[in-house]
Each structure stands twice: as structure tokens, then as C-alpha cells.
Design a protein around this ligand. Structure first.
Ligand SMILES: [Zn+2]
Length: 378
């Protein structure tokens, strides 16, 4: 056993040899990628570097989950150990908890909406422990709500949209929230889990819509409008599948899947997000980390190619959330990297064969990825 003081720090450089690299929509020939400190090195010099042989393996940019809920450092550790090196939180409070989870060196890097804007009468108002300042009753309260979130560090503003008459904020209040967010240079993310809520979110011109309707097929005109307005979809198929199963209604998930396929075919950008949470009182609890691998499989099942699904969990999400320092394996970007056995462009399930993971150049021990398909309710 070495004494702690005798442990030498490892070399600053790590060279990954013979790896095939995901480059946009294709894999390169086997090559060398060097990690230097927290970034991908501009040169491939291996002298003095620790080496890792990646023969037969694929190097992916660190995965990004575009819809999670955070509950503490354990959540971040679980995400990191499954190759999810960036997570976009879609509602966590109080601000002190979020502040403690930001920029933790060897864990998943986060962005967050902070507290979501909800109506007084919808299902979210009944979630146990919901933040008391989440309810926005009228347009006049929107400016103060958004300013409070921004000053608490919110990176974007989450609005829980329900179908008209179902207890969410009314249309005028949503419009005022969107306008206030723009004033502060923040994008808006609308929770919309029904077709009626989708219509509201499209009408209000939110930037991103998360979830996808289980209750009916979207109209061709709605799909064309979403594409034309440049709005982005984070469908959370894992959550929709789990919700449909919890209701014993497999048909509902087939509706969600068809909606996703239609949005994708129309050119709406699709981002991989799971709605990972351990929150009591929600329809389905989604395991952090392993669920993103399931989401990739569901996206492929719904008609995306494996390359498109991986793009939706890396570069495309980085672009739509303004994360310019990650999402690709390019010199100078963060060394958020996932080395997997096999070729996920041939079989998306290969992302589960995690071999090595780095969060900003710091190596993290991979977890065994379990399956998280829900049981159908009887
Ligand atoms: Zn959520």
C-alpha cells in the first residue's frame, strides 16, 4: 500500500490509440485522440502521455441528457458513470441545491431552469414539495418570476403548459413569460404532454417543447408549423413509454411514437432527453444515466438512424442550448468523452458497452448499464 503522499499525479496527457471517432454522422478510421488536461489536445503527440488502446472501440462525445431532474450529488455521479457528461435540468429547487451541483470537477456538468412556472390548478401544483414560488397566476407576475429565476442562475426558463382549462398558466401569462425570458436573453422550454398543450406551446412561440402527446396524433398543420417556426422537440420517449405503461395503455405510447416520427420527418430538431427523476407523485420514475441509453434505442425504434440518435444526444443539443465548448470530438473542446466497445452506428445498443468515460478530462468509472423498460400495468 503506497502512502498517500507518495502517490504521483498521473501525466497530464492521455492518448487514446486506434479509436474510431464519431465525426458528425460517420465513424473515422482508427486514429489517435489526446486528452490534455480538461480539453481535447490540438496535436496528437503521445510522448509522455499515458496510453489507452481503443482497438475495436468507438469514441463518442460525452452524452447530453436534455431533460433531467436533479436531487443531489448522487444523481450527478449516476449520470457520469453512464457516460452522461452534461445534463440539462428541467426544474430543481431550491437555488442553493443547484448551486452546490454546478461545476463539480469530476461529475456531470449541468445547466438548469431552476424553479418552473406553473399554473395554480394543474397537476404540477399538487406535486409534493413543489416550490411555493412556482405558481404564476397572471401576466403581471411573469416579469418578476423570470427575473427571480435569472438572478438565481437559471440558464433557461421552464413553463409547464397544460391544455386550456386544465389548470396551467393561461395564454396571456405564457406569452408574458416568453417575452420576459427573451428580455433576459433566456430560451424557453415548455412542458407539454398533451396535444392541447402542444397547440398552446406552438402558439406562444416557445423555443423548445418537451414531452410528446400520448392522447392524439398531432395535425399535419401543427407539425408543419412547429417545423416552420424552428421549434425544437425533446420528446422524453422513456417517460412517455413509462407513463403509458403505468396507465396500462400501450396504444398511447404508439401514438407518441407516431407523433415523434412525424415531427422528425418534417425536419423538427429532436433532442434526446429522458425526464430522469426520483420524484414522488409523478407518473413514472426514470433512472438517471441508464435511461439515456434506453432513450437512444427508443429514438431509433421511432425512426431515427443510430447516427441521428447519437447526434440528438451530443452535437445537436449542444447547438440548441448554446453549449459551444462540447458536443463533438474537436481539438480545444472539453474532453467529455465516452469509449464504448463495438459500433453504435451499426447497433445503437453498443452505447451500453461502456469502457472508459471522461468528464472534462477526468476519468470516471463506468457503471454496468441496466435495462429500464417499464412493466405494463395490469
Ligand atoms: Zn421533467
Amino acid at each position: 500500500m503506497p502512502h498517500p503522499e507518495s502517490v504521483e499525479p498521473g501525466p497530464a496527457r492521455t492518448a487514446l490509440l486506434n479509436v474510431r471517432v464519431l465525426d458528425g454522422r460517420r465513424l473515422t478510421e482508427p486514429c489517435t485522440v489526446v486528452i490534455d488536461g480538461g480539453v481535447i489536445a490540438p496535436d496528437n503527440g503521445t510522448s509522455g502521455a499515458r496510453t489507452v488502446d481503443g482497438s475495436g472501440m468507438t469514441l463518442l462525445p460525452g452524452l447530453i441528457d436534455a431533460h433531467v431532474h436533479l436531487h443531489g450529488p448522487d444523481t450527478l455521479a449516476r449520470l457520469a458513470s453512464h457516460g452522461v457528461t452534461t445534463a440539462l435540468d428541467m426544474a430543481t429547487w431550491p437555488p442553493q441545491l443547484l448551486a452546490a451541483l454546478r461545476r463539480v470537477p469530476d461529475l456531470t456538468d449541468i445547466r438548469s431552469a431552476g424553479t418552473p412556472a406553473i399554473g395554480a390548478g394543474g397537476p404540477h401544483a399538487r406535486i409534493p414539495g413543489m416550490a411555493h414560488d412556482a405558481i404564476v397566476r397572471r401576466p403581471q407576475e411573469a416579469g418578476e418570476f423570470v427575473a427571480a429565476q435569472v438572478s438565481a442562475g437559471a440558464d433557461y426558463i421552464k413553463i409547464v403548459v397544460e391544455a386550456p382549462g386544465e389548470g396551467g398558466p393561461d395564454r396571456e401569462t405564457i406569452d408574458a413569460l416568453v417575452a420576459a425570458a427573451r428580455t433576459h436573453g433566456r430560451k424557453t422550454v415548455a412542458h407539454a404532454a398533451t396535444a392541447g398543450a402542444y397547440t398552446m406551446a406552438l402558439d406562444a412561440g416557445v423555443d423548445h417543447v418537451t414531452h410528446i402527446p400520448l392522447d392524439r396524433l398531432l395535425e399535419p398543420g401543427e407539425i408543419a408549423r412547429m417545423a416552420g417556426q424552428g421549434q425544437v422537440c425533446i420528446p422524453t420517449l422513456t417517460m412517455m413509454e413509462g407513463t403509458a405503461a403505468a396507465r396500462g395503455n400501450a396504444t398511447a405510447y404508439r401514438t407518441a411514437r407516431r407523433n415523434l416520427a412525424a415531427l422528425h420527418a418534417a425536419g423538427v430538431p429532436i433532442l434526446a432527453g429522458t425526464d430522469a427523476n426520483t420524484q414522488p407523485g409523478v407518473p413514472f420514475q426514470v433512472a438517471h444515466g441508464e435511461s439515456l441509453h434506453h432513450e437512444l434505442e427508443l429514438l431509433v425504434d421511432a425512426g431515427l438512424t443510430p447516427a441521428e440518435a447519437l447526434h440528438s444526444a451530443t452535437a445537436l443539443t449542444a447547438r440548441h442550448f448554446g453549449l459551444d465548448d462540447r458536443g463533438a470530438i474537436t481539438p480545444g473542446l472539453r474532453a467529455d468523452l465516452v469509449l464504448v466497445d463495438g459500433d453504435p452506428l451499426t447497433d445503437i445498443r453498443a452505447t451500453r458497452a461502456l469502457h472508459r468515460i471522461w468528464c472534462a478530462g477526468i476519468e470516471v468509472t463506468p457503471a454496468a448499464v441496466r435495462t429500464c423498460r417499464p412493466e405494463e400495468a395490469s
